[in-house]
Design a protein around this ligand. Structure first.
Ligand SMILES: [Zn+2]
Length: 308
């Protein structure tokens, strides 16, 4: 009887202890694994999620000396110049086994990477960038408004993800800058919203003796309706104006699975005009639609932004 009472008391005490422990909230500030504003639970969830965007995909030429060497739904762009390689976005950790083999398959050496650029500071586009920088000694160049997220390792976008290894940035870019290496010129345009320093790149190359411009990225995705992350309308309008000055012929995006659907065979075969060629007026239409949408959200106070 006494023994059973003791057992019951112990069981009650244990259950109180367990429930009070389970109810103790994990403070993000003291969580040793917290990074980019996410706590341990978020991390564990991410590990359990299948990453289908980083699956291998064979590389193809976009135009001239510009190649797609990324995964099935996360881009990595290689520009091969006589003075070395430029890489825009390096993808997830899982994509290290996609990007490097693709580079080698095309006949290029990872050791020749001299310059790295990024679309924006979200881990899925540059999780391995600092590692590659250390291995190759390449310079990382980034727009000034993205520096804080890059050097701290914390994702400062409106739809925060888990951050990345802090990145050493060797060159700070301003919107409109000309980035040149080995005769190739790239214009960067600041397209803020998705993250504070998101960028769109216009890569000038030659295809069959003719100049061709490849755009990586597109109109901004300005953030509205969030006190913390609102994009300054003036910055968004400046981006639209700058994008209107550009006249790209071929477009590739950061998560291109939909864009590439039904076009991969032709891209791998590399014959005829690129299936990624923009239709006449398509670029201007994209900018106009995005800007009209942004103006509408500004007037209605509707929340927008985010995306991936
Ligand atoms: Zn993103």
């Amino acid at each position: 009887m006494r023994k059973s009472l003791l057992a019951t008391t112990l069981a009650i005490a244990t259950s109180i202890a367990i429930s009070s422990w389970a109810q103790t909230p994990t403070s993000k500030a003291t969580d040793p694994l917290a990074i980019g504003g996410k706590d341990t639970a978020w991390f564990m969830d991410r590990i359990n999620r299948p990453d289908l965007d980083s699956e291998p995909q064979a590389p193809f030429k976009l135009a001239g000396n510009v190649y797609y060497i990324g995964a099935n739904n996360i881009a990595s762009i290689l520009i091969a110049t006589p003075k070395g390689l430029i890489l825009i976005d390096t993808g997830t950790q899982k994509m290290a086994s996609v990007v490097f083999p693709n580079m080698v398959k095309l006949g290029f050496k990872p050791a020749d990477i001299k310059l790295m650029l990024l679309s924006h500071a979200h881990y899925d586009h540059m999780e391995t960038m600092e590692t590659i920088r250390r291995l190759t000694g390449a310079t990382v160049a980034a727009l000034e408004p993205e520096l804080q997220a890059l050097t701290s390792g914390h994702d400062l976008g409106p739809n925060e993800t888990w951050g990345q290894e802090p990145l050493e940035v060797g060159r700070i870019l301003q919107s409109g800058d000309d980035i040149a290496l080995g005769g190739t010129h790239i214009t960067v345009v600041w397209t803020p919203g998705h993250t504070p320093g998101a960028a769109t790149y216009f890569i000038n190359t030659m295809e069959n003796g003719k100049p061709v411009q490849v755009v990586f990225g597109g109109p901004p995705n300005p953030n509205t309706g969030s006190a913390e992350y609102d994009t300054r309308p003036a910055d968004a309008f400046a981006a639209y104006a700058a994008l209107r000055q550009m006249h790209p012929e071929i477009m590739i995006t950061g998560h291109p699975a939909n864009l590439l659907k039904g076009k991969l065979e032709a891209l791998w075969a590399g014959k005829g005009p690129s299936p990624l060629t923009l239709a006449p007026g398509q670029w201007e239409k994209m900018i106009n639609n995005s800007e009209a949408n942004f103006r509408h959200k500004l007037t209605t106070g509707e929340a927008s932004g985010g995306g991936d």
